[in-house]
Design a protein around this ligand. Structure first.
Ligand code: DAT
Ligand code: MG
Length: 138
């Protein structure tokens, strides 16, 4: 199997809470290589492309507003099976019930808002990884 690449974002809650180093360490400790890394302030246009699959869902607008609330760190991580490996390391979407041992499960929780502030994004397939890498690192 060839080396894969995935798009990871440290969301504004992770940057704001100064968890960038902790999260990068966990990605590296798992054995993935950080091929590209930058801190960026997303635009609405970029987020509309990134989250196009969620347009029209009740959490879509709060999600976009949250992602605009501060800088994010965009990462391309590399390694064998990194797409599923990082999804596993991140944990399930809801940080309250994400398994302990995962990034979301150890570091996140429900803050009572309309959107899950769950610290990280990871591409969910080879197709979305290629698409999302193109959006964030064009
Ligand atoms: P994931 O980030 O685990 O791939 P997703 O792609 O289904 O989850 O959703 C994108 C983001 O939208 C997710 O990280 C947090 C938010 N979200 C998803 N489902 C939600 C819900 N039911 N209520 C509030 N926010 C939600
Ligand atoms: Mg997703």
């Amino acid at each position: 199997m060839s080396i894969e690449r995935t798009l990871i974002l440290i969301k504004p809650d992770g940057v704001e809470r100064q968890l960038t180093g902790t999260i990068l360490s966990r990605i590296e400790a798992k054995g993935y290589r950080l091929a590209e890394l930058k801190q960026v302030s997303a635009t609405r246009e970029l987020l509309e492309e990134h989250y196009e699959e969620h347009v029209g869902k009740p959490f879509y607008e709060p999600l976009v507003e949250f992602m605009l609330s501060g800088p994010v760190v965009a990462i391309i991580a590399e390694g064998h099976r990194v797409i599923e490996g990082f999804r596993s390391l991140a944990g399930t979407t809801d940080p309250t019930t994400a398994a302990p041992g995962t990034i979301r499960g150890d570091l996140g929780r429900d803050w009572g808002l309309k959107v899950q502030q769950n610290l990280v994004h990871g591409s969910d397939s080879t197709e979305s990884a290629a698409r999302e890498i193109g959006i964030w690192f064009s």
